[in-house]
Every structure is written in C-alpha cells, then in structure tokens.
Design a protein. Structure first.
Length: 86
C-alpha cells in the first residue's frame, strides 16, 4: 500500500537508511514550502495555501507551523500523474 510513495516497513527502512548514511549519500525525502514555491513559480503564501488545501500529494505537519511535503508524491503529482492546482 505505502510502496506507491516509496515508504518501507520500519525494519526495511532502517536498513536502507543505514546503508545510505554509511555510503555518505544523503537523500532528500521532503520539500519545504519555500522549495515548492520555487518549483511552481508561485509566491510563498500561495505555496502554503496549496499545501493546506491539497489532497493530491502528501503533506506532513510537524507541530503548528512546520510543513513538509513528501517529495515522491509531489514529484508524481507535478509530473502530471495527479490533479491540478487548486
């Protein structure tokens, strides 16, 4: 079910993350709203608005103010596999 977004069970994830850390590769798994704004060519406020209202890609809230967007789900949406801008 979660393989669609590149998620792995915790036992497999810890092994693959450990391998990435040991090999010196750091993989970006999320975008910040600032990065979303730059990718889409919109204002930061519009990027936040999109993140707050969309169901087209996975948005992760960390506390009240911190937002992260799941990179793989956003990239799939951006490449035309999901909906359009609200």
């Amino acid at each position: 079910m979660f393989e669609r977004y590149g998620w792995l069970p915790s036992c497999e994830r810890s092994v693959s993350m450990r391998d990435e850390i040991q090999s010196g590769n750091s993989v970006q798994r999320t975008y910040k709203p600032e990065q979303i704004a730059e990718i889409l060519g919109v204002s930061l406020r519009k990027a936040y608005n999109i993140c707050e209202t969309t169901n087209d890609f996975k948005v992760i809230r960390l506390g009240k103010r911190c937002i992260r967007v799941h990179k793989d789900s956003f990239d799939e949406w951006f490449n035309g596999e999901y909906g359009s801008l609200p």
